[in-house]
Design a protein around this ligand. Structure first.
Ligand code: ADP
Ligand code: MG
Length: 630
C-alpha cells in the first residue's frame, strides 16, 4: 500500500476484510460507473449533510452535543499538487464501531438485489447507487485510497477513528486523536481523476449537485486556503416560490430522491393559519426499483420548523401515491415527534388529506397541460394509481379521471374516461369494456364485432387488476361500466339500425335444442346473439358471474371458486351454423358442435378441458372436408 504519510496505521490498527458483497459491489462499481464518476462528490456531500442533520436533531434533546459549535457546515478542500480532495463536516461523526459497521459491511438488505440489478447501462446503474444507499463506496471510482477520520459528537478527542482502504478487499481501522467532532473523508485520486482536485471543476460540481443543501458548502482551493461558501445554503422550501428557479427545484429533487433523472413535475405550497406547514412534492419520471416490494422505502422527509426529523415517513400519503417524493415541514408538530406519536396525531390525517388532493391536482394538471409527459407518468406509475379507488373511495372520481385505458378507438393511444364519454354516440348509456389477458387477445375478441359495426368504442382492459379496479369504480361521471361479455347484449339506440342482421335472423328450427342436448350441463344455455357479425359463436357471462381476471386473482390467493357455466351464443347468419342445422349424421353433428364450443372457449382466451380430443376432432373434420373436396 502506498504511504502518503498521513495514513500510516498506528500500532493499534486492525485490518479487516470487507464483506463479500461489498467486495463484489466495489468491483462492479469501479468498472461499470466509470463515465458517471463525478457522482462521488454528490454522495459525499450528501452524507455530510445527513450527518449535520442528525446532529441538529440529536442536539434538540441533548444540546451539549453541539459543544459551543452550533454552526453546521461542510467544507471541501482540494489539493491539486497532492492530487487529493477532502470532504469535511462538523456533523454527528462516527465512533470506531460505527465506522466499522457503516463503512465495512453492508447490513442493508437491498445490496444483493442491487448487484443483481446492475444492468451494465451506466446511467441507470448510477441511479441505483443512491437508491440503494451504497453512496460512500462510489469514492473508489476515482480514488485508489480513501481515508476517513472521524469522531462521534459527545466523545472525547482521543476516541476518534481513522478508517482507510484501497478498495481492494480490506480496510484498516485505528484509533486517532481528532480535535473537532465530525468527519473528514480524504480521497487520494487516481492519476486519471486528477480533475477532481482542480478548484474550478469542483466548484462547478458543488453548484450542480449541492446548491440546495441547507448547510453552507465551502470550498478551499488549496491546502491552508481560506474556504469560501459556494452554495445557497438555505432550505429551498423556505424561500418564496417566485424566487426559486426550475433548475433549483430539479436539483433539490435529485438530492432528496437520489435520482439522476429530472422529476416530471412538482408542487410547492405553504399553508398558513390554524395549521402551518410547507410541502414540496415531486413526481419522479422513473419508477424506483422497489416500487412493488412490500418493505420498499417510501414517503417524505419530515422536518419540524426546518429541523430534519426523519426520512421515509409514510403517514402523510396513501399507499397508491407511494411514488411521490418530497418534504413536509410542519410548524405544529413537536420536535421530539416519533413514528408512534405520528400514528395517533389527528393532525396527520388532516395533512394527509390535503397532500393527497394536492398530488391528484398536480397530476390532473400534468395530464391537461403536458399530455406527453403524462404518458410517461402513466407508463411508470399507472398500475399503482389503479389501487386508488379501492384504497381511497373518497377521491374515487378524481382518481378515475387520471386513469388511461387502451380502447378500440386507437391502436396506439390510451384514452381517458372523459375522452370516452365525450366521443360516445347519442343514446349510449354505459361505458363498455372488455377484460382479457392480453391486449392482442382483447382486440381480436369476437365480442367486439357488433360494437365495431355500430361504431361504439370499447375499453380494452388487459392488466390483471383492471376487472377488480372497475369493480371498485362502478361508474364515472354517473355513467356505469358494463362488461361486453355479460348478459344479453343490448346496444340501446346507438346500436339499433346497424346490428340487425345477426339479431334479426331466426335460428334454424330445432338447432338450439340439439346443441343444448349435446352440451348438457357444460353450458348454462344456448341462444342466438346480436354480438357477432363474423364469428359463428362466442361465450357470454351471466349477470353475476365473476370475470376471468377476478377468478384468476381469487384462485391465486387460494380461494375456492364456484364453477361457471357459460352461455354459448351463436350467430344464426353464419355458414357454419347453417351447416350444423342441416347436418343429419349424428357423429358429425357431435364433432362440429364440440368444435364450436371449443373455438368459442379459445377465442375467449380460455383453456380447453381436453385439448387432445379437440385436436382429434379437428383432424376428423378436416379430413372429411378434404375428402369431399377431392
Ligand atoms: P447512506 O448515506 O445511504 O446510508 P452511504 O454509503 O452513503 O449510504 O453511507 C453509509 C453510512 O456511513 C451512512 O449511513 C452513515 O452512517 C455513515 N457515514 C457516511 N458518511 C458519513 C459522515 N460524513 N458522517 C457520519 N456518518 C457517515
Ligand atoms: Mg449516502
Amino acid at each position: 500500500m502506498e504511504n502518503t504519510g498521513q495514513a500510516a496505521a498506528p500500532a493499534a490498527g486492525e485490518t479487516r476484510g470487507f464483506e463479500a458483497e461489498v467486495k463484489q459491489l466495489l468491483h462492479l462499481m469501479i468498472h461499470s460507473l466509470y463515465s458517471n464518476r463525478e457522482i462521488f462528490l454528490r454522495e459525499l456531500v450528501s452524507n455530510a449533510s445527513d450527518a449535520a442533520d442528525r446532529l441538529r436533531f440529536e442536539a434538540v434533546s441533548e444540546p451539549a452535543l453541539l459543544d459551543g459549535d452550533g454552526e453546521l457546515r461542510i467544507t471541501v478542500e482540494v489539493d491539486a499538487g497532492g492530487r487529493s480532495i477532502t470532504v469535511c463536516d462538523n456533523g454527528i461523526g462516527m465512533s470506531r464501531e460505527e465506522a466499522v459497521r457503516q463503512l465495512g459491511t453492508i447490513a442493508r438488505s437491498g445490496t444483493g438485489e442491487f448487484l443483481q440489478r446492475l444492468s451494465g447501462e451506466q446511467k441507470k446503474d448510477a441511479n441505483l447507487i443512491g437508491q440503494f444507499g451504497v453512496g460512500f463506496y462510489s469514492s473508489f471510482i476515482v480514488a485508489d485510497r480513501v481515508e476517513v477520520l472521524s469522531r462521534r459528537a459527545g466523545l472525547p478527542a482521543e476516541q476518534g477513528v481513522l478508517w482507510s482502504s484501497d478498495g481492494q478487499g480490506e480496510f484498516t481501522v485505528a484509533p486517532a486523536v481528532v480535535p473537532g467532532r465530525g468527519t473528514r473523508v480524504t480521497l487520494h485520486l487516481r492519476e486519471d481523476a486528477a480533475e477532481f482536485a482542480e478548484p474550478e471543476r469542483v466548484r462547478s460540481l458543488i453548484r450542480k449537485y449541492s446548491d440546495h443543501i441547507a448547510f453552507p458548502v465551502r470550498l478551499a482551493s488549496a491546502p491552508g486556503e481560506e474556504p469560501e461558501t459556494v452554495n445557497e445554503a438555505q432550505a429551498l422550501w423556505t424561500r418564496p416560490r417566485s424566487e426559486i428557479a426550475d433548475d433549483e427545484y430539479r436539483g433539490f429533487y435529485r438530492h432528496i430522491a437520489h435520482d439522476f433523472e429530472d422529476p416530471l413535475c412538482w408542487s410547492h405550497n405553504r399553508v398558513e393559519g390554524r395549521r402551518e406547514y410547507t410541502s414540496l412534492l415531486y413526481i419522479p419520471a422513473c419508477a424506483p426499483w422497489d416500487l412493488w416490494s412490500r418493505n420498499a422505502s417510501r414517503g417524505l422527509k419530515l422536518y419540524v420548523r426546518r429541523v430534519f426529523i426523519m426520512d421515509h415517513v409514510d403517514q402523510f400519503l396513501p399507499l397508491y401515491l407511494r411514488f411521490v417524493r418530497g418534504i413536509l415541514d410542519s410548524g405544529d408538530l413537536t420536535l421530539n415527534v416519533s413514528r408512534e406519536l405520528l400514528q395517533q396525531d389527528p393532525l396527520v390525517d388532516t395533512i394527509r388529506g390535503a397532500l393527497t388532493r394536492r398530488v391528484l391536482d398536480m397530476l390532473e394538471r400534468l395530464a391537461v397541460d403536458e399530455p406527453e409527459r403524462y404518458q410517461v407518468f402513466w407508463h411508470e406509475f399507472g398500475r399503482v394509481i389503479k389501487e386508488g379507488p379501492a384504497e381511497d373511495p373518497g377521491n374515487r372520481e378524481k382518481i378515475a379521471g387520471l386513469l388511461r385505458f387502451s380502447s378500440t378507438a386507437s391502436d396506439e393511444e390510451t384514452r381517458s374516461l372523459r375522452d370516452y364519454l365525450a366521443a360516445r354516440p347519442e343514446g349510449q348509456e354505459c361505458i363498455w369494456y372488455l377484460a382479457a389477458d392480453s391486449l392482442a387477445g382483447a382486440r381480436s375478441s369476437p365480442h367486439l364485432e357488433a360494437f365495431r359495426k355500430a361504431g361504439i368504442e370499447v375499453l380494452l382492459l388487459h392488466d390483471q387488476i383492471d376487472e377488480w379496479l372497475v369493480g371498485h369504480l362502478q361508474s364515472y361521471d354517473n355513467v356505469e361500466f358494463r362488461d361486453v361479455r355479460r348478459g344479453e347484449l343490448d346496444l340501446g339506440p346507438a346500436g339499433e339500425d346497424k346490428s340487425d342482421d345477426g339479431a334479426g335472423a331466426t335460428p334454424p328450427e330445432g338447432l338450439l335444442d340439439r346443441l343444448k342436448a349435446q352440451y348438457g350441463e357444460r353450458v348454462e344455455t344456448v341462444r342466438t346473439t346480436p354480438r357477432l357479425t363474423e364469428s359463428p359463436a362466442c361465450l357470454a357471462l351471466g349477470e353475476h358471474d365473476l370475470g376471468r381476471q377476478l377468478r384468476r386473482m381469487m384462485a391465486a390467493s387460494g380461494q375456492a371458486l364456484p364453477p361457471v357455466r357459460p352461455v354459448l351464443e351463436v350467430n344464426p347468419g353464419h355458414a357454419l351454423i347453417q351447416q350444423l342445422a342441416s347436418e343429419q349424421d349424428e357423429a358429425r353433428f357431435a364433432d362440429l358442435a364440440e368444435l364450436l364450443l371449443d373455438q368459442a372457449t379459445l377465442a375467449d382466451g380460455g383453456d380447453l378441458v381436453d385439448p387432445a380430443q379437440f385436436v382429434a376432432r379437428l383432424n376428423r373434420v378436416l379430413l372429411t372436408r378434404t375428402g369431399t373436396a377431392g
